[in-house]
Ligand binder design. Structure first.
Ligand SMILES: Nc1ncnc2c1ncn2[C@@H]1O[C@H](COP(=O)(O)OP(=O)(O)OP(=O)(O)O)[C@@H](O)[C@H]1O
Length: 620
């Protein structure tokens, strides 16, 4: 996956730190859970002592009723305390996952656009859904297991030492031997888990790709191929999952093996020591009981180490996503920034020798773009495909930062604008007019959640959507399908325009927003845009005559430069590229307006600064 490949693996110390960050807010609850677990363990540790007393008294024909009572109380108390402790820990584990998810969701929704473009949405989603769940154990159970297991282990060893140091030596010898083997296995668990999680992310990414272009997949007859690719990722997850399970089983069963081998060794050597009178039978029985009791603390220690390996793999992936560059959070707490009352006037826009490339390893897209657009009126951007027209909009919206030069909105550098405030002033209709899953109403008020019913109706009429809404059985509450798939292309564009208008922008960016409209609707919306352009600055990437001739000024772009600025008539007369575009790309001879050409300002090189003078009123 792209994110995992472009970022280095997290070093061990940083893994610790990242894990600690998730654990820190819950440390007191985990401490309480650990305390309960310790009491539970203490009751456990007392049980063999009570058992020894029982055996001794039975041997001496003494009454054992009260010892049986103590033994029962210890068992009941231990179980009760352990279940409360386990609930406390499970609760904490859920809270850890929730906190990690909230933090990731907050960050991922604020990611900078270039970061999103170099990752795969499915991969990012799997970090929120799948990887966070793996934090459960490592931030709670494994800590408790390590602490309680460690203490119980030491306490049991101490008790065994009291019983017989020789037998303890035998036991420790076996444990150390098998412990060494477990240590070798541990990093393999982390590796297999990481690979398995990466494969799970690949499944999400692949599915996201398929459902994002479902019609194309079907129309291309690519279902089988795509299914095979998703399946391959699923098999990969399974393969690494099995590997991890194999290593985990191996480390888990090594505990049993250690105890069994120790048992045989202790039985043999202990029997000899009983025969020689070095220890009593009761001592040997108690020692063997402690030996079996040791199974639990060792299991806990091994499972803590295993859970750490699994958690470390997950936390590394979460951390990678956390480290992607984000935009600063909106000061309004996520709600669209309110526009200051004073600034309802149309915004002016200026590019001053702007250079830009999408990534350091890509060629420049803008090689010194310069133009000035005063407040109000319509400015059309034309030029061959790939000239950098859409990029102009991306830079105004500050989706990307210019590599050089300055971009001014209202005379202020966009870098000095709070991003939320800047975007609150702008209405943007993207090239493919995205519509989100949900109802028509949700789509309309997406950029203006507080829009009144009256205002919505007004915009619906303006965007020529009123008849559509009337036709739909559920009106504005009709579900539009994934990416608006239940709407026609033209309807989607009108929804996107209505959404932008509802925001009440001071600057409207339309990226070929009417390309899919039929002639009647296009004409109608052309008038709406012209009307809007009286009060709002409208920038439009234009491929159509109707838009171009309507514009107060046209900026001709070619290969990342502005080569000319003027009116249609001026440019037809003076700029050969525009003339060619006019003849071939967006004009038919019949549509060519019969205006008297006037000389246009043409700009041959980057040293000349083209500028646009405002015209009094847009052509209706
Ligand atoms: N997100 C991106 N990452 C990398 N390169 C990009 C990105 N977006 C666009 N480009 C490249 O930048 C160049 C300019 O793209 P842009 O979309 O601005 O052109 P355009 O003039 O709007 O073209 P069209 O008329 O075809 O929409 C193109 O060569 C394109 O491949």
């Amino acid at each position: 996956m792209s994110t995992t490949e472009t970022q280095p693996r997290l070093p061990a110390r940083e893994t610790w730190r990242a894990l600690y960050r998730h654990f820190r807010p819950h440390r007191w609850t985990v401490a309480f859970g650990t305390f309960l677990a310790l009491i539970g363990a203490a009751t456990g540790i007392l049980q063999p002592l009570a058992a020894r007393a029982l055996v001794e008294r039975l041997g001496q024909d003494q009454p054992v009723g009260h010892i049986l009572l103590v033994l029962t109380a210890l068992v009941v108390l231990g179980t009760a305390i352990e279940s409360v402790g386990s609930y406390v820990l499970e609760r904490t584990a859920e809270s850890v996952v929730l906190a990690a998810r909230r933090s990731l969701i907050g960050r991922l929704l604020r990611l900078r656009l270039p970061e999103v473009e170099r990752t795969q949405p499915g991969d990012l989603m799997s970090r929120i859904t799948s990887d966070t769940t793996l934090l459960r154990a490592v931030t709670t159970n494994s800590i408790v297991s390590a602490v309680t297991g460690g203490l119980a282990f030491l306490a049991t060893l101490a008790m065994m030492a009291v019983m017989d140091a020789v037998l303890l030596g035998v036991t420790l010898g076996v444990i150390v031997l098998i412990g060494g083997a477990v240590a070798v296995v541990m990093p393999r668990i982390a590796r297999a888990t990481r690979r398995s999680q990466e494969a799970v992310a690949e499944i999400s990414a692949r599915l996201e790709r398929v459902f994002g272009a479902f019609r194309t997949v079907k129309a291309s007859g690519a279902e089988e191929r795509e299914a095979a690719a998703v399946e391959a990722a699923a098999r990969e997850a399974w393969r690494h999952g099995l590997k991890s399970a194999k290593w985990q089983a191996l480390s888990g069963s090594s505990v049993g093996l250690a105890v069994q081998v120790s048992f045989l060794a202790v039985l043999g050597i202990g029997g000899a020591r009983v025969a020689s009178g070095a220890i009593s039978v009761a001592d040997l029985v108690a020692f063997l009981l402690y030996l079996f009791y040791l199974t639990e603390p060792i299991s806990k220690l091994v499972s803590a180490a295993t859970e750490y390996q699994v958690g470390a793999a997950a936390v590394a992936r979460i951390e990678e996503a956390e480290r992607l560059a984000t935009e600063p959070p909106a000061p309004s707490g996520g709600r669209p920034a309110a526009r200051p009352a004073a600034s309802t006037r149309p915004a002016s826009v200026a590019f001053e020798d702007v250079t830009f490339r999408y990534r350091d390893d890509l060629p420049y897209v803008h090689h010194g773009v310069t133009f000035t657009v005063p407040g109000a009126g319509m400015t059309a951007f034309v030029g061959p495909s790939g000239a950098g027209k859409t990029t102009v909009f991306g830079l105004i919206e500050r989706f990307y930062e210019a590599s050089g030069g300055r971009i001014l909105v209202d005379g202020k550098d966009v870098r000095d604008w709070p991003v939320a405030e800047l975007r609150a002033a702008i209405g943007y209709v993207e090239q493919d007019a995205p519509v989100l899953a949900g109802t028509l109403r949700e789509n309309l008020v997406f950029a203006a959640p507080d829009a009144t019913e009256e205002r919505i109706r007004e915009v619906l009429v303006r965007a020529r959507l009123d008849t559509l809404v009337e036709r739909l059985p559920e009106g504005l509450d009709t579900l539009v399908g994934h990416r608006g798939s239940k709407l026609s292309g033209g309807e989607r564009q009108r929804v996107a325009i209505a959404r932008a208008l509802l925001r009440g922008p001071r600057l409207l960016l339309l990226d070929e927003a009417t390309s899919q409209l039929d002639a009647v609707n296009e004409l109608a919306l052309r008038d709406v845009v012209a009307e809007v352009a009286r009060e709002v600055t409208v920038l439009v990437v234009a491929h159509r005559l109707s838009t171009v001739t309507l514009a107060d000024r046209i900026v001709v772009m070619d290969a990342g430069r502005v080569r000319a600025v003027g009116t249609h008539a001026e440019l037809v007369a003076a700029d050969p590229l525009y003339g060619e575009l006019a003849a071939t790309q967006f004009l038919t001879p019949a549509e060519t307006p019969a205006k008297t050409p006037t000389p246009a300002k043409t700009f041959a090189g980057p040293t000349v600064e083209p500028s646009v003078e405002p015209t009094a009123e847009p052509t209706p």
